[in-house]
Ligand binder design. Structure first.
Ligand SMILES: *Cc1c(COP(=O)(O)O)cnc(C)c1O
Length: 239
């Protein structure tokens, strides 16, 4: 990676960080309560290494296989690793050993499987977020909020899974403000689950907001933003 590319990456990262701080302050929130997860899918390991050098602490990937290769090169401890894409049953075992956080829990059977695999793999605790699909889009993953009670029950039954929050991925809108109702709905759902004790003593994280709408997500209460393009530039493959 050449000097100029490195500089661009660290400038973009600094820019995203400062935009997060600006919105947070405007809404009387501490920027420290917002985790910036840099979504590095499709980018080669050397770019991820440069991102870590630039100060990135959290990396997000959407495919287990791709993440596994990168983690093998960079090291399991090099970052906090987040899985943000759909998790297939046959990749669950590897996901349990590779990731610090799974944002895409979306079915009772996946919860049960993850719980069992944590025991088999000696993983004491796996923090998970439930991915909510408000729009009912066929090509997207996540659970219909009406099916949430069964998933909450299955998750709570797995002692090694720790439900730490909710995640959502709204449909793409040209006008980012159109995503606001989805962010708001996720916050309201989180508040409701918090009241019923689904997150234990904790408030419950809100994983929402991407490159083009993370500021709006923060206005609506995001505590984890998943930003790819604004840090790494355009992807040339479909991520
Ligand atoms: C790719 C991806 C992102 C990041 O998208 P950008 O628009 O590049 O910021 C965030 N969340 C998920 C689930 C993704 O798959």
């Amino acid at each position: 990676m050449n000097e100029a590319a490195l500089r661009t990456l660290s400038e973009r990262f600094a820019n995203v960080r400062s935009r997060i701080e600006t919105v947070a302050r405007r809404y009387n929130r501490s920027p420290e309560e917002i985790t910036l997860v840099a979504i590095s899918k499709t980018h080669p390991t050397e770019i991820l290494r440069a991102a870590l050098d630039a100060g990135v602490t959290d990396l997000g990937e959407n495919r287990v296989q791709e993440a596994e290769e990168k983690i093998a090169e960079l090291g399991r401890q090099a970052a906090r690793w987040h899985l943000v894409g759909h998790l297939q049953a046959n990749k669950a075992r590897r996901a349990v050993t590779l990731f610090d956080y799974i944002h895409s829990l979306d079915s009772p059977s996946l919860a049960q499987r993850l719980g069992r695999l944590c025991e088999e793999e000696g993983r004491e605790e796996l923090p998970v977020l439930i991915q909510i699909d408000f729009a009912g889009e066929k090509n997207k993953t996540g659970i219909d909020p009406r099916q949430l009670p069964a998933l909450l029950k299955a998750t709570a039954a797995c002692k090694r899974l720790r439900l730490i929050g909710l995640m959502t991925l709204p449909p793409y809108f040209e006008n980012a403000d159109c995503a606001r109702p989805f962010f708001k709905a996720l916050r309201e759902l989180r508040d409701q689950l918090q009241l019923q004790g689904s997150f234990g003593e904790r408030t419950g994280e809100l994983s929402m907001g991407m490159s083009h709408d993370f500021e709006i997500a923060i206005e609506e209460g995001a505590t984890m933003v998943r930003v790819g393009t604004a840090i790494f530039g355009e992807r040339n493959q479909n991520g």
